[in-house]
Design a binder for this molecule. Sequence first.
Ligand code: CU
Length: 212
Amino acid sequence: MKILLINQAVSCFIAFLKVSLPYFKQKYNYKYLIAMKKLKHLSVVAMAGMMLVACGQNKKEEQVSSAQETETVTVADETATSQVQDTIEVELNAEDTMKFDKNEIRVHAGQQVRLTLNHVGKLPKSSMGHNFVLLSQGTDVNAFATKAVQEGKAPDFEVPESLLTEVIAHTKTIGGGESVTIEFTAPEAGTYDYICSFPGHASMMNGKLIVE
Ligand code: CU
C-alpha cells in the first residue's frame, strides 16, 4: 500500500516536471533549467530512499506478526496438553465369533487406563472364554499364545504365572454375558500388542495399544 502511494507520487512529480520543463525553458535561462534537472534527480533519489525505508518497515511488521503466530501456537499446544485426562475409560467388546470390536486403542503415556472387557456373546467360558492380555514391547505374540495354551489350565486358561513377566496388564477369563474391569498405567510411548490368550483365539483376537 505504502509503496503504491509512493510510486504514484513519484510518477506524478515526474509528469509535472515533464510538462513544466518546456515552459521553464522558454521563460527562464539555461542555468535555471540545469537546476531543475538536478532537482529532478534529487527527488528520484529521495523517493527511492523513502521506498527502501517503507520496505524495511513492512519487513519489521511481518516479523512481528510471525512472532505473534508462534506465540499463539505455543498457547494452543499447552491447552492441548492440559486437556489430556488423567484417566481414560476404554470399552472393549468380545463376541462369540472370536472378535474384538477394536483392533486399535489409543492412550497417552502415564495415563491411568480403566479398561472394561465385555463378553457380548452367549457361550460359556469353557468353550468361548475371552480375556485381554497386554504384552510387553518385543514379546513374540505367536510364541506367547502357544505357551499360554501349553502352560495354562483348563477350563479357564487364565494367563499362567510363568508368563507374567511378558505381560503389562491382563484380565481374568470371562464367559458370555460377563464383564471385567482392570486398571493400569499406560507405559511409555510406543505400540503394544494385546490379545485374547484363550486357546486358538490370539490369531483372530488381537490389536494394538498405541501409546502417544
Ligand atoms: Cu477369546
